[in-house]
Design a protein around this ligand. Structure first.
Ligand code: COS
Length: 388
């Protein structure tokens, strides 16, 4: 563990206070304005949120996976747009370099990512390449001491203000599959790199995604992550294994928050002369939600501990991401139902959290992709067991 148990408990208590006193009260404003106020961004920096997982030697807190998910259980209680601000620095926008980067790449970028001075972004998805991530069409052509990147990346979280992109591009033009893909650390401001206009989304206002376009964008050969071609898809998958556990933890946090909202409403709202909470059909919705959130929490913690112990957890990460994101969808839906007509009205948070939660089942791999990963491993293990 990076922290002793008292320090971890203190960190989680501090995060819970920050969420309860600062983030949740700002949800309506963020949703209306589609922007996170500067004062909250500064507080996030001061709390060290951008550097939760960066190694201590590079200025981060160096949290283990278990500690990270415990922190995210707390942070996930606020509307997901808040987490999005620092989550790419903690996760997919930084981990490619942290896991597979050269020492020079780590030294150049990790301290600034950890402090939040630099925002990191992960550029894998393309207009024609989503779930089939190995089919990346963006290209990186080697020319002397540089690579020249061309292509478009789509739905890139935090791209409008990112200072650094982890970009997956094809270095082997003759290949079609994952083996021909390499990962690059590309700085914003490099000539030939531009970003599109932020998309209008169903939910999570305050978090921004847009296209990232590369047109004859020349980067030094030293931008190749790890210094070896053909490793980019594997780097992306390793990043996503960790990212999916982080997302699953965020789903747990949001589930627990929504259950609190559901109970507050059920206990105080009266119909037929008694509180909603006294109706067994309402109780069933609360109880199902509690059991699912508890199951998701246990899965996330178990997978995180196994990862910290050095085990390959790509199947566990997919199980946790799939279950926790589907669960938070059901829980957010029940919360709308318990709120009745008020659940459909903007003034209550139920409708916003319902829309916000919908994305969890899609990004960092859809539920169907998680099913494919889990089932593929099951079949492969069975073949080995049967000696086939
Ligand atoms: N960690 C390390 N290496 C991995 C890995 C992992 N989790 N998963 C796969 N690999 C390796 C494989 O071992 C294989 O290596 P070899 O060629 O040396 O054997 C290589 O990567 C290709 O793997 P595979 O054949 O399984 O790749 P597929 O093209 O079949 O794709 C899926 C696998 C579908 C799982 C992948 O494309 C995926 O995760 N898609 C979803 C992408 C996604 O989440 N997008 C969301 C946007 S990013 S925020």
């Amino acid at each position: 563990m990076a922290l002793d148990s008292d320090t971890l408990a203190q960190l989680c208590a501090t995060l819970r206070r920050f969420v309860d006193e600062q983030l949740i009260p700002a949800e309506a404003e963020v949703s209306e304005t589609d922007a996170i106020p500067d004062r909250l961004l500064m507080q996030m920096r001061d709390l060290g949120l951008f550097g939760l997982t960066a190694p201590e030697s590079y200025g981060g807190l160096g949290l283990t996976m278990e500690e990270e998910v415990m922190a995210v259980f707390e942070l996930g209680r606020a509307a997901p747009a808040f987490r999005s601000v620092f989550a790419t620095n903690v996760g997919i926008g930084m981990q490619g370099i942290a896991i597979d980067g050269t020492d020079a790449q780590k030294a150049a970028y990790l301290p600034r990512l950890a402090s939040g001075e630099l925002i990191g972004s992960f550029a894998l998805t393309e207009p024609d390449v989503g779930s089939d991530a190995g089919a990346v069409k963006a290209t990186a052509r080697r020319e002397g001491d540089s690579y020249v990147l061309n292509g478009t990346k789509r739905f890139i979280t935090n791209a409008p203000y990112a200072g650094l992109f982890t970009v997956m591009a094809r270095t082997d033009p003759d290949s079609r599959g994952a083996a021909g893909v390499s990962a690059f650390a590309v700085e914003a401001g490099t000539p030939g790199l531009s970003t599109g206009k932020p998309e209008k989304k169903m939910g999570q206002q305050g978090a921004h995604v847009c296209d990232v376009i590369f047109e004859e964008c020349r980067v030094p050969a030293s931008a190749l992550i790890g210094g070896v071609e053909g490793q980019g898809f594997k780097t992306a998958m390793k990043v996503l294994d960790k990212g999916r556990l982080h997302i699953a933890a965020a789903c747990v946090g949001l589930s627990e928050r929504i259950i609190d909202d559901m109970l507050d409403y059920a206990v105080t709202r009266r119909q037929f002369g008694k509180s909603l909470a006294e109706f067994q059909l309402v109780q069933a919705m609360c109880a199902d939600s509690r059991a699912e959130a508890y199951a998701a929490r246990c899965m996330v913690l178990d997978a995180a501990r196994k990862r910290d112990a050095g085990q390959d957890v790509s199947v566990e990460a997919s199980c946790a991401k799939m279950f926790a994101s589907e669960a938070v969808g059901r829980i957010a839906d029940r919360n709308v139902q318990v709120h009745g007509g008020n659940g459909y009205i903007r003034e209550y948070r139920a409708e916003q959290l319902f829309r916000d939660a919908r994305l969890f089942r899609i990004y960092e791999g859809t539920t169907q992709i998680q099913q494919i990963i889990i089932a593929k491993a099951m079949v492969a293990q069975t073949r080995v067991r049967l000696g086939l």
